[in-house]
Write a protein that binds this ligand. Sequence first.
Ligand SMILES: Nc1nc2c(ncn2[C@@H]2O[C@H](COP(=O)(O)OP(=O)(O)OP(=O)(O)O)[C@@H](O)[C@H]2O)c(=O)[nH]1
Ligand SMILES: [Mg+2]
Length: 365
Amino acid sequence: MQEKGEKEEKLRSLEEELSTTKKNKATNKHLGILRAKISKAKKEAQKGRKSGSYGFFARKAGDATVVLVGFPSAGKSSLINLITNAESKTAAYAFTTTSVVQGTMLYRDAHIQVLDLPGILEEAHAGYGMGSTVIGQAREADLVLFVVDINQQNGIFHLIREMAEAGIYINKREPDVRYSNAINTPFKITVNRSRLANDSVKEIFNGLGIYSGDVSIYDDLSEDELINIITEKARYKRGIIALNKVDTSDDHAQKAEQVSREAKAETIPVSAITSYNIELLKEKIYEGCGIIRVYIRPRENAKPAPVTLRQPATVESLAKRIHTKMAERLKGALVTGKSTKFANQRVGGKHILKDGDIVILVIEK
Ligand SMILES: Nc1nc2c(ncn2[C@@H]2O[C@H](COP(=O)(O)OP(=O)(O)OP(=O)(O)O)[C@@H](O)[C@H]2O)c(=O)[nH]1
Ligand SMILES: [Mg+2]
């Protein structure tokens, strides 16, 4: 216990130093080191905080996994009950859901695992209580579905910020950062197209215990994002927003449009009470998961069977999905659908399939 207290204390004092240090050219270097130290201290402190009661973790299952993230009482449980087979308790008070509830959404033959999570709080990223469960599950998911009460629409910005603090970046392209570790060569920056000064970049690497190697940064990023990338904490996830409780608002179309624009995420106005737009929400979840359904035909005129694949899906990945032996003997395929110009077009193994394609695999005898 004593040790745990010390770790928390160390983290607290580093964070205080960061918040009181003026940001300017002269302190750049120092700030870089400080941020790297905080990243390390956070990791240490989190180890001590993990408590058994929140330890439940849902394993990935099905074709894709979606997590519902939102503030307490936004309507997450009400929505999962509508779109899946789950029965999650709902109530008018906050923190009704206290552990992970799983459901399966069956859509176009795809089995999509949906996880209802406890309401997220500010500072969830710091790993307090249930927040760490939410963040942990979100890291593993294929899609984050933010559930936002239309009467508290600005909550979405807090949610997205919480995720970023935890290293989960929503609808953001992964910055191109390359590092090659050539031991015995002094630390070198070859390219730096970010807003960060070379000095800061160097100090961040040093702060994380890296003193050699060659780094190139081709995109802009912040200190925190760079630290998350180096420590392999960064995750880039797709996210969409369910703007819930529109039955209580008059101008939901306009609000949804505004939220979508400002949060840079597709926003679907819904109501768990009236079931408004629930079918559309399901479709957007399916699309957001990046999965497609193709039909495989054993031979011409035979009945096609649906197969669900992750994008980008190739003829090869389809063959592999059926059997590794099949993939080894693959010569190509005859494809009819959105990915080809005409019916039964002959394509190779690298051909990228689209949703709804009908495929006859051509196998070496
Ligand atoms: N008017 C209206 N009320 C809703 C809607 N969706 C949910 N509610 C109500 O909002 C309250 C909270 O709903 P829950 O589904 O329990 O919310 P939650 O996000 O799971 O909450 P926690 O588990 O506490 O985080 C309940 O009283 C619901 O009946 C909606 O679309 N419209
Ligand atoms: Mg709930």
